[in-house]
Design a protein around this ligand. Sequence first.
Ligand SMILES: [Zn+2]
Length: 80
Amino acid sequence: MGRLLVLIALVVVAAWLIRRALRRAATHDAPESSAVRDELVRCAHCGLLLPRAEARESAGALYCSEEHARLGPARRRAAP
Ligand SMILES: [Zn+2]
């Protein structure tokens, strides 16, 4: 019985290690930059969705381009 439990534990650990290795290979050893690259953010000026890595940051807001970073957040009309 004890042996069976050890065997099951080994199989679980092996499966976990294999899955982790596959995931690491898929992300080219850079899980952090991959997560940042995949994250989509919205331009504070025009609302365009773009990858976080391509966004410009200005005054705590994210923009799609230098132009929109310079123009700043879009001014919203008062709610009707
Ligand atoms: Zn924009």
